[in-house]
Design a protein around this ligand. Structure first.
Ligand code: IVH
Length: 672
């Protein structure tokens, strides 16, 4: 393709992809299939690799992340980021509304909005392009988290419509409850600790160094303010609703997330409505915000030292109820972790009837000093299951008995174990304990793992109970006859299931590795391991040191991988799956050039222009080999910032040539 053609095609693809991204994420109205979107994206990626000079900083390809931020730079806010006065008292809201009403402002209007429980963010746009995203910080200065914010699908990278030349838009980054629960489920599966609530998780996610991890976390935004010089709007409501047309996700009026009203009555109606309904929202709010609409009125009312006089917020009280602890069940999860779950006398909490509450682990029971028969305080947090936060000792009946943690697995009677320093009890009988066996198979077939069509969680239970499967390898010897004999298994479902099983043999190595359910090996870790070791054979042979050398793989994960391959049952299972034709090595890639053929290269430290993963990929695409440690056979040490001093010394001693990032990129013709 000629450069001129490429430039045009890149521009067209960029426009198209931005348009469809917006239809999908902001308007929830997709017009092309995910597959068609991916084809366009892949084409753009390929063109940008061939013509890096034409790739825009705000290209839709940057959404997948990959940029690593070593240190978040501190930058000053152009407009200070103030906070809001707040109250839990309705009376104070009434006083505030009345004070403003008496200020003699003509045609006074209030805008009522939700108070999103997330992280405040300011995003700067110039000439329709995203320039910078900054956290609130201390209100005067914040941190530049642009690389991470770029991966949030509802943040437009390039604007459309009639937007101001230069402005800043402010809003809240939130983690929807569904994304939060999904993330926790994934973490639990990988044996990692659960996150406490969506807000802290959103905050922590925005400060991750690797933006590709941020991209996978499902963050979302709601925008609530436009700031700039000489903006052409007269009111807050007009500014916010106009931003919708530029491509932002702003609160929808039709769902009642934002409304204009003229009186105290309207304000109170909004407060009461959302206090009742807040549990029906797909994200968390902690109150509502009331703002004077007209910019002219806002100017007249002005500010106190900390917050505007023209806005205030009403915070909802955390919903809490008292209920009787009737009994405790001990549930065994797919990793063998035992979780105590409280059975409560049914009680109404935030619009739902609560009968069960999570107790997390033995430590928590100990800390609360719980007795069966106690009256406990129950709160609703971000998780689906509410939690017990305390108890009323005065109400403890004489008949109450101290809650004792079980010592044997309720499912298979094996003695439970608790490793030193860990909070959770485990059932060690991974091979035969039914919920563990079923859980492992469910994980194996799940969407992000082998994605076996026609085999949902319940079908796995059904097949297990019918004695057709005892491990994941059994899936590959299921027969039509044995399946069709089962209840609710029509011809079509059986065919679908068998086809799904066959198709799973094409699933790439990294996902097969994830599907194996090695403790602490989540999706991202599996990807890293697959990319580094290439084949299951190499991974099996990896030493602790080699595992630790993989980016972001620490002691805990490395040990777990070692243990997995030291276990002869697990190795036998892998062999069975290999025999069934599953993919246990990375697919060969077509080389882009041969400049690095025969060269052994060690990559160390962090890089400015491309991520470490990308560098490793580039080495291979140009024929080189990634090595994990420096030896006499090493041709180059590709040195990034923060490289380990031991590596550097060894390389210097052995006379290995050092390359910096730019030298390397020039060497492979990647351009400036
Ligand atoms: S307006 C000068 N609107 O609440 C007023 N803030 O202390 C600027 N928040 O840090 C804020 N939802 O992160 C505004 N609809 C909303 C909001 C909202 C959540 C957060 C914001 C700010 C804090 C107020």
């Amino acid at each position: 393709m000629k450069p001129e053609q490429a430039r045009e095609r890149i521009a067209l693809l960029t426009r198209e992809l931005n348009h469809h991204n917006r239809l999908y994420y902001v308007e929830a109205n997709p017009q092309i299939s995910d597959q068609a979107f991916d084809i366009l994206l892949k084409e753009l990626e390929a063109l940008e690799q061939m013509f890096p000079d034409f790739a825009s900083k705000n290209s839709p390809t940057t959404r997948v992340g990959g940029d690593i931020t070593k240190k978040f730079e501190t930058v000053a806010h152009e407009f200070p980021m103030l906070s809001l006065s707040n109250t839990y008292s309705e009376e104070e809201i009434q006083d505030w509304v009345q004070r403003i009403t008496k200020a003699g402002l003509e045609d006074l209007e209030f805008v009522c909005e939700l108070k999103y429980d997330g992280v405040a963010l300011g995003i700067r746009y110039e000439h329709g392009q995203l320039v910078r995203a900054i956290t609130r910080g201390d209100g005067e200065k914040g941190e530049d988290i642009t690389a991470n914010v770029r991966t949030i699908k509802t943040v437009p990278l390039i604007l459309s419509g009639n937007y101001p030349e230069k402005f800043e838009i402010r809003g809240e980054v939130i983690m929807p409850i569904s994304a939060f629960n999904q993330l926790n489920e994934d973490r639990e599966l990988a044996g990692e600790d659960r996150f406490a609530n969506p807000r802290n998780t959103a905050a922590g996610t925005l400060k991750l160094q690797d933006s590709s991890v941020v991209a996978g976390r499902g963050l979302d935004t709601f925008l609530y303010g436009v700031y700039g010089h000489n903006l052409s709007f007269e009111s807050h409501f007009e500014a916010v609703t106009s931003a919708t047309a530029w491509g932002f996700k702003t609160p929808p009026e039709n769902l009642g997330y934002i409304t204009c009203c003229k009186s105290l009555e309207g304000v109170m109606d909004f407060i009461h409505y959302w206090d009742e309904q807040r549990n029906c929202l797909p994200f968390e709010i902690d109150g509502v915000v009331i703002k004077v609409n007209s910019f002219e009125h806002q100017r007249k009312l002005g500010f106190t030292a900390k917050s505007p006089r023209w806005a205030t917020s009403f915070k909802f009280k955390t919903q809490q109820v008292v209920s009787e602890l009737l009994s405790v069940d001990f549930q065994v999860g797919r990793t063998g972790a035992v979780t105590p779950v409280a059975n409560l006398s049914p009680v109404q909490l935030g619009g739902t009837m609560v009968k069960r509450a999570s107790l997390h682990n033995a430590d928590q029971i100990e800390k609360l000093d719980l007795y069966v028969g106690d009256f406990v305080y129950v709160e609703k947090g971000g998780e689906i299951i509410p939690k017990i936060v305390g108890l009323d000792l005065n109400q403890r009946p004489k008949s109450a008995r101290k809650l004792i943690f079980i010592t044997a697995c309720p499912e298979c009677n094996t003695s439970l174990v608790r490793k030193e320093g860990e909070a959770q009890h485990f059932c060690p009988n991974e091979k035969y304990c039914p919920p563990q066996v079923v859980g492992k198979i469910q994980h194996f077939v799940s969407r992000k793992a082998m994605n076996i069509d026609g085999l949902g969680e319940e079908t796995v239970v059904q097949l297990y109970e019918a004695g057709l499967i005892r491990n994941v390898a059994d899936l590959y010897s299921l027969s039509y006859d044995s399946l069709v004999a089962l209840e609710r298994m029509a011809d079509k479902s059986v065919e679908n299931l068998l086809k799904g099983v066959q198709n799973s043999k094409n699933i790439p190595f990294e996902r097969v590795l994830f599907a194996l359910g090695i403790r602490y090996v989540g999706e991202t870790v599996a990807k890293r391991l697959a990319q580094s070791f290439k084949t299951i054979e190499a991974l099996k042979k990896a030493t602790l040191e080699e595992l630790l050398d993989v980016h972001e793989i620490g002691e805990r994960i490395a040990q777990s991988v070692l243990e997995f391959f030291q276990n002869s049952d697990q190795c036998a299972m892998v062999e069975l799956l290999q025999g069934q034709g599953l993919c246990f090595e990375m697919q060969q890639k077509v080389l882009k050039s041969e400049v690095l053929v025969g060269k052994s290269i060690v990559v160390s430290g962090v890089f400015e222009r491309v991520s470490r993963e990308e560098i490793k990929e580039l080495i291979e695409l140009h024929g080189g080999k990634n090595a994990s440690s420096v030896s006499a056979k090493t041709d180059f040490l590709l040195a990034g910032e923060g490289m380990g001093p031991a590596k550097l010394k060894k390389a210097t001693d052995l006379g290995v040539r050092l390359l910096n990032e730019n030298e390397f990129l020039t060497l492979i013709g990647y351009g400036k």
